[in-house]
Design a protein around this ligand. Structure first.
Ligand SMILES: [Zn+2]
Length: 268
């Protein structure tokens, strides 16, 4: 059988091809739209969750440093004797800076002479410098003249490095008599001892230093610590946090001086 191809056959074939083509394009576009809709849905649902989490952010640790009402505050003074010591004094300063604590440094002239830049750092950080004599000798064995010289030498070094004049002195080993007190007073110094003595100079374990200070801490207390003791540096950051939680605020000797109980420690 012979099929004759006429003009209208060709015309019909072209029309059909165009129609099929359009149907195929429509079908592809529709399925793409559906896929997009499915993809978008989970994203839209996930949006509020992270926003909520951010709103419930944890309370920053610094909140613990906010002072309690004034009536409950207990002033306490940290003092560091026998320094400065290179390396360890810098570490001590950064611990105190981090904790926003000011302390009093009873410096020895012989050490100050070797590391005057450390005196400067101590003063720049807002701490108090005090006199612990030049050569750390027992002041009870010295003449008035020698006592005066011991104080004066350290005084000159501190003044040259920081421009500061010191008000307080502490006799090495707590060794003093009325002659020591009078000779120091003649140079313009007031003696300062301590009321809490964790004996860190014998290098006990840091846990023992900590428990001795926490056990002995009291309002207007003066803690005797030593510069250059590793275990003291180790326990200090956590110890300061604990004392703050118990209502203590840290002051220098000069700040504590305004408190009425201070005189009891100086006259002990
Ligand atoms: Zn000492």
């Amino acid at each position: 059988m012979v099929i004759q191809i006429r003009r209208y056959h060709i015309f019909a074939a072209v029309i059909l091809a165009v129609l099929f083509g359009r149907a195929a394009i429509y079908s592809r576009e529709t399925s793409e739209r559906l896929v997009k809709a499915v993809e978008l849905r989970p994203q839209a649902m996930a949006v509020p969750i992270p926003t909520l989490k951010k709103e419930i952010s944890p309370i920053p640790e610094k909140k613990a440093d906010i002072p309690l009402p004034a009536v409950k505050l207990k002033p306490l003074c940290l003092t560091f004797d026998d320094g400065p010591h290179p390396g360890q004094t810098e570490r001590l300063l950064s611990i105190l800076k981090e904790a926003h604590v000011r302390a009093t440094f009873f410096v020895v002239g012989k050490q100050a002479e070797l590391y005057p830049y450390l005196l400067k750092k101590i003063a720049q950080d807002g701490h108090e410098l005090a006199n612990h004599t030049y050569s750390h000798r027992n002041m009870k064995t010295l003449s008035d003249q020698e006592i005066s010289e011991e104080l004066e030498k350290t005084e000159t070094l501190v003044s040259a490095a920081t421009g500061k004049k010191m008000k307080y002195f502490r006799p090495p080993g707590g060794q003093y008599n009325s002659q020591v007190v009078a000779a120091a007073k003649a140079r313009g110094y007031e003696m300062v001892l301590w009321s809490i003595f964790p004996q860190d100079h014998t290098n006990p374990p840091s846990a023992l230093i900590r428990s001795r200070i926490l056990g002995g801490a009291h309002k207007d207390g003066i803690v005797l610590l030593h510069s250059g003791v590793e275990n003291t540096l180790e326990t200090l950051p956590e110890l300061i946090r604990t004392l703050k939680r118990r209502g203590y605020v840290f002051e220098t000797v000069a700040q504590l001086r305004t408190e009425p109980h201070f005189q009891n420690f100086a006259k002990k």
